[in-house]
Write a protein that binds this ligand. Structure first.
Ligand code: XIL
Length: 448
């Protein structure tokens, strides 16, 4: 029994090695990367990715070490995916999705309907022709990526800046005020497994613009228009600082019954001031139960769309900035080699006891005609976990098409490298998408 559980942790050899180093004795050793630390909080940590940079080994090295969610920076936009009407080009976006899937990262789709970065042919359309083109675009792109997208930014930046509290004028807006709900209903029909988000900027605090978005979400909820999440871009600088009511604003949207996500975070600046701002944003997300994750808009400062403001977590050489350390610390992570062991190092002949506080698993299911997404929450018991395995048989007829933050063997769903360690009382989540009917799922959890 004891031997089996040790093997479940890391393999007997690996365990002996870390024990010799004296750093594996604590079940709740701090996670060493953004993605792992976020996962320990039941969140993701993502970045915008440009397909043409994936061949840069410094870039992809940081990407695959630190992040477990990716957003294509430009590759899924209308001009990229439908450069000629009715003729779709998915090469660069597919490259990002394949890379993500190969590295256990999920994908936020960005963006299906937006006034900006439209192909020339769409810019020249109006009225029914544009409305039909938009509906076809949403259907085609969401169908192409069906089952592979965690959340879609269905509509981006549809509200006006300033005090008016109204919609932004655009060719899409001029097709009729219902264009947003039509886009959401169309996206739901094409990919019922993806969370559907409204995404915008200058909505990060309470103001006329965010009030208008709030009213729209409230209206959609009351009329059954499918919306699951609101994205807050969170592009900050001295002219547009982190609002003091940032957390309160996230919370009031969450209270409407939607998830909230920080979707394009960058904060111009440097040093301690910048680091403190990143920590503030990170803590705000963690304080809001329905804030499911944070995405920064690029990896190195030199990758940023506003590179001169050095607004990201890694410098141009790929080195971690103070902002990185502050963000990781706010997530509850840290460098384990710099943390003194909480118990004296032990020799391999007297190994530490295996935690026996166990774990529990609960599942929530989003079922639609023909398929479902199951999200499983693994909560650590009194001693935390080093590794876990959830047993959850699926009914016959259910076929898994996609899963994330887990590895599967038959009915057993185990942790991946970054989410095995859960501190006492904390949780992490993994998920799967399947065709068929979920019925009643009864997960059981074993910790080691
Ligand atoms: C930006 C990209 O980062 C740039 O590479 C591109 O030239 C313009 O678009 N809000 C959004 C993003 O929703 O899509 C934008 O991304 C930044 C502002």
């Amino acid at each position: 029994m004891d031997k089996k559980r040790k093997l479940g942790v890391a393999g007997a050899g690996a365990l002996a090695v870390v024990v010799t180093l004296g750093i594996a004795a604590t079940a709740d050793a701090a996670a060493a990367t953004l993605g792992a630390a976020a996962a320990e909080q039941g969140r993701y940590f993502g970045t915008a990715v440009a397909a043409y940079k994936l061949s840069d080994s410094v870039y992809s090295g940081i990407l695959d070490r630190e992040f477990n969610m990716v957003t294509p920076e430009n590759e899924m936009k209308w001009d990229a995916t439908e450069p000629t009407q009715g003729s779709f080009s998915y090469g660069s976006a597919d490259q990002i999705v394949s890379h993500a899937q190969a590295h256990n990262q999920r994908v936020r789709g960005h963006a299906l309907a937006w006034h900006s970065q439209q192909p020339g042919w769409a810019q020249n359309l109006s009225g029914t022709a544009l409305r039909n083109a938009m509906v076809n675009h949403v259907t085609q792109v969401a169908t192409h990526y069906k089952g592979k997208i965690y959340a879609w930014d269905v509509v981006n930046e549809a509200f006006a800046d300033g005090g008016g509290g109204g919609r932004r004028d655009s060719n899409l807006q001029r097709t009729g005020n219902d264009w947003i709900e039509v886009a959401f209903r169309t996206a739901r029909a094409a990919d019922p497994g993806a969370k559907l988000c409204y995404n915008d900027y200058n909505t990060d605090g309470q103001n006329a613009k965010s009030n208008a978005v709030y009213a729209m979400v409230q209206d959609f909820k009351s009329r059954g228009v499918p919306i699951d999440c609101v994205g807050f871009q969170s592009h900050f600088n001295s002219a547009s600082p982190v609002p003091s009511d940032y957390q309160a604003n996230l919370q009031r949207f969450a209270n409407l019954g939607v998830d909230v996500q920080i979707t394009e975070l960058d904060i111009e600046g440097s040093g301690t001031t910048q680091a403190n701002n990143f920590a503030t944003v990170t803590r705000a997300c963690l304080a809001v139960t329905r804030c499911t994750g944070i995405t920064v808009w690029g990896i190195r400062d030199s990758d940023s769309w506003r590179a001169s403001g050095t607004p990201l977590l890694f410098d141009g050489n790929g080195s971690k900035k103070a902002a990185y350390t502050a963000t990781l610390t706010a997530l509850g992570g840290g460098n384990p080699t710099s943390t003194p062991p909480s118990t004296p190092p032990v020799s391999s002949s007297s190994q530490p006891p295996i935690p026996s506080g166990g774990c529990t698993a609960t599942v929530s299911v989003n079922q639609w005609q023909g398929g479902f997404v199951a999200t499983v929450r693994v909560t650590a018991g009194a001693n935390g976990t080093n590794a876990w395995a959830v047993t959850m048989p699926l009914p016959s007829g259910a076929t898994v098409t996609n899963s994330w933050s887990t590895t599967r063997s038959g009915n057993t769903w185990s942790n991946v490298s970054y989410n095995g360690r859960i501190a006492a009382g904390q949780y992490t989540e993994f998920g799967l998408q399947a065709t068929g009917t979920a019925g009643t799922l009864s997960p059981t959890c074993a910790a080691s």
